[in-house]
Structures are given as structure tokens and as C-alpha cells.
Design a protein around this ligand. Structure first.
Ligand code: 7TS
Length: 413
């Protein structure tokens, strides 16, 4: 495919909606290939946030005056919008700080009550630290143990090994929907089906999926599904935990204090109903309106169209990167991949690759990507990673490939 051809989706027009992508640094345009770390924000989100801060700010759920009612309506409206976007219910859509907090909420509130000594928790080798460390802490506190599904060298989960672990009757299976390093698009619906048949609860870390794939949480049927707003073109400071109603209702609150209570007496308290039981203190209610605007904006583009575009960009990137001598690409083939490509250039440290690309304003990330167990499994200290978005064009990919040629020249390869 030649640059810019055969893509009906107008990514350049999408890119034009991002003020930051109009910047030039040292006379160069910004080639932003780090949406996996955080997404840039389109005008629609910035305008919604600006309006919330300028015109509609008052603390929610407590004021009787018009401004406070507006702020409350905008916050709860955003919740409904986000719930609709992921195919879930608003009562089960809990705002958190980020997906890390969403997973910690489950590990504490559900985990401490439901996982005990000798119980098993099943994880995969491709989890982000956010979906490992809270389970290690839980396991340490209650005397449970962690088991890991095995994975092929090209980053595909071995479902036979999952079945073998399910025979141990684990309490929980926690899995990334899309790996933030390998890009692997895991068969989460099948994993949920098998885990449920074995009586396990399933938590899906959707951080790298929600910005890129159409999602129907009702159909997926995972017990818990978390994601983080800043990767979905929304602001920082707001994430979401979606949970099964019966489980959430039975759970104790995670954080306690103002706003989440029914009645407080000197020695005991009662809680509000869902979702507010899990939203202690002043919520990121203005940021939530930004996230609401972000999913509205994404819906406007159409998730099917975004996914098809990003799949095409990823295929194109895999093809073009294969032309670079000495480049190893990690992860599965294009059909089983989200919008992420990690790679290493023989003889050059991944950080040096990223730094030289950075001089040309090609923004990629290098390191362990908060997935140190995965680095160990792959036998590498780090990778360089390009991650794509709705605004990524074939010209961005071409710039990456040209930048890698520069790296090879600098290192005289
Ligand atoms: N889970 C996955 C799969 C992630 O990719 C990330 C962030 C997180 C959890 C944590 O998100 P947070 O918003 O709670 O911090 N991943 C990355 C990344 O790949 N590069 O920077 C952050």
C-alpha cells in the first residue's frame, strides 16, 4: 500500500482536531506514536472541559442552586454516556482515578472478602504492573497464590494452559484485553466463558482496548472491566470500573468518607447505593464531563471505523518495519493485534532508538512499559514501542521507518 492510499477514514482530518498535533518543535511536526501511554486530546474534549471549568463548576450532589444542579447533571450525564459507550449500566459504572485504582478497588473490596488461604488467582505474563501488583498484595495478605497462563513466543496466550489452571478452581482470572507491549488482542470472551464454567470471577483490564475497539460489556459478561480516561482521549484523573451488579452490591466500600455515605453516626455508618458507594470524596466531576465528551467524539467517528483504520495502520506498520534490517518485532500477526507494535534494533539499546527518534519529534516509548515479568519472559531488558490512534496516518508510519534508518546511520549499522 502506498502512503495515504486506500484508507477511506480521513485520519489527517482527525489529526487536524488535535491542537497539540499542530505544534512544531525545532521546525518539525510532531509524529505522536505514544497513544498507548496517553492519548492526545481533541478540540471536542478540550472545549467540554473548558466549559465545565468556566461555566458549570460547583460541587456535585450537595448544592441546591442552579450551578450545582448543572454540575451534578453534567457529571451523571457523563456517567450515562460512558456506560452507553461500553454497553454497560450507569449504576455499575464507577468513576475512579484511573484503571490502576479500579483494579485496586476490586483487589481490596472483592478480593479480601472472597479470596482466602490456599486460593488461586490466575494472571497472564503480559499484564501491566497495575494488573499484577494488587493481586500480589492480596495474595500476600490472605495466603493465596498466583498462577500464570503460558504464552507463545509471539505473545499469544495458551488456552490449554488456562484450562489446566481452571482445573484448580481459581477464584479469579485477571487478564488484559489488549497487551500494552505486544499489542496482543486476547480472546477475552472465550476466556470469560471458560473461567465462568470453572466458577471463577473475571477481571478484564481494558486500558488498551476501550479507545480502539467497539465494546459491548453486556455481551462480554466479564465480572469487572476497568479502563482509564486519559488513554480514551479524555483527561487525566478519571477512570472507570464497570462491575457486575450483584458483586458490587455485596462488596464493602474501598475508600470511605464524604459523598459515599447514607447516614453517619458516632460509631457506625451506612452507604449510598451504587455507584456512589464506591465514590468517596469529591469526584473528578469536571474531568468526567471531559471523558463523556471524549466517548461522544469517538462515537462520532464510529468505533468500527476507528478500529478498521487502526488495523490498517498496524498492518502497514508491520509491513514497513519488516523492511528495516536488524529489526525484531514482538507480538502476534496483524489479525490478532491492537494498535501497538514493540520492536528492537539489533545492537542498539531501545532507549537510544527512542532518543534518536525523539530528536526528530517522533514520539515513541522505550523501556519495560510497566511489564517487567513480560520483559523477563521475552528475555529482553526493554523494547521500543510505537502505538497508534485514530489520528495516525501512513505518513506517521513512514516517518518512523525513516527515523529508524537515521538510527542505523548514527550507529553505522
Ligand atoms: N493496564 C494497561 C494494559 C496499561 O497499558 C496501563 C497504562 C495501565 C493498566 C495503567 O493505567 P493508569 O492510567 O492507571 O496508569 N500503560 C501505560 C503504557 O503502556 N505506557 O504508559 C502507561
Amino acid at each position: 500500500m502506498s502512503a495515504g492510499a486506500s484508507i477511506q477514514f480521513d485520519a489527517a482530518a482527525v489529526a487536524a482536531q488535535f491542537p497539540i498535533l499542530q505544534r512544531e518543535i525545532d521546525g518539525r511536526r510532531i509524529v505522536y506514536l505514544d497513544s498507548g501511554a496517553t492519548a492526545q486530546k481533541p478540540d471536542a474534549v478540550l472545549e467540554a472541559l473548558d466549559a465545565s471549568y468556566r461555566l458549570h463548576n460547583a460541587n456535585i450532589h450537595r448544592g441546591v442552586y442552579t450551578l450545582a444542579q448543572e454540575a451534578t447533571e453534567r457529571f451523571e450525564g457523563a456517567r450515562e454516556r460512558i456506560a452507553r459507550f461500553v454497553g454497560g449500566g450507569p449504576a455499575q459504572t464507577i468513576f475512579t482515578k484511573n484503571v490502576t485504582e479500579a483494579i485496586n478497588l476490586v483487589a481490596y473490596s472483592w478480593g479480601r472478602a472472597n479470596v482466602g488461604a490456599g486460593d488461586t488467582i490466575v494472571l497472564t505474563p503480559m499484564e501491566h504492573h497495575a494488573n499484577i501488583v494488587p493481586w500480589q498484595q492480596l495474595a500476600r495478605a490472605v495466603g493465596a497464590r498466583l498462577e500464570y497462563v503460558t504464552m507463545s513466543d509471539d505473545g499469544r496466550l495458551d488456552l490449554d494452559s488456562l484450562d489446566a489452571l481452571l482445573a484448580l478452581e481459581p477464584k479469579l482470572v485477571a487478564v488484559a484485553h489488549v497487551s500494552n507491549v505486544l499489542g496482543t488482542l486476547n480472546p477475552v470472551a472465550e476466556i470469560v466463558r471458560r473461567a465462568h464454567a470453572a466458577g471463577a470471577v473475571v477481571l478484564v483490564d481494558g486500558a488498551q482496548a476501550v479507545p480502539h475497539l467497539p465494546l459491548d460489556l453486556a455481551a462480554l459478561d466479564a465480572d469487572f472491566y476497568g479502563f482509564t480516561g486519559h488513554k480514551v482521549y479524555g483527561p487525566t484523573g478519571v477512570g472507570v470500573l464497570h462491575g457486575r451488579r450483584e458483586l458490587l452490591e455485596a462488596m464493602e466500600p474501598f475508600l470511605t468518607g464524604g459523598d459515599m455515605i447514607g447516614q453517619v453516626d458516632f460509631h457506625s455508618s451506612t452507604w449510598k447505593e451504587l455507584p456512589w458507594k464506591f465514590e468517596a470524596g469529591t469526584s473528578p466531576y469536571l474531568e468526567a464531563t471531559g471523558l463523556g465528551a471524549a466517548v461522544e467524539w469517538l462515537d462520532g467517528l464510529g468505533l468500527e471505523a476507528v478500529h478498521a483504520h487502526e488495523a490498517e495502520i498496524t498492518r502497514y506498520a508491520l509491513e514497513r518495519l519488516a523492511e528495516v534490517p536488524g529489526l525484531t518485532i514482538y507480538g502476534p500477526p496483524a489479525e490478532e493485534r491492537g494498535a501497538i507494535v514493540s520492536f528492537a534494533l539489533d545492537g542498539v539499546h531501545p532507549h537510544d532508538v527512542a532518543e534518536i527518534l525523539g530528536r526528530e519529534q517522533i514520539c515513541v516509548r522505550a523501556g519495560h512499559h510497566c511489564a517487567q515479568p513480560l520483559m523477563r519472559r521475552l528475555g529482553v531488558p526493554a523494547t521500543t514501542r510505537a502505538s497508534f490512534a485514530a489520528h495516525t496516518t501512513t505518513a506517521d508510519v513512514d516517518a518512523l521507518v525513516a527515523g529508524l534508518e537515521t538510527v542505523r546511520r548514527v550507529f553505522q549499522l
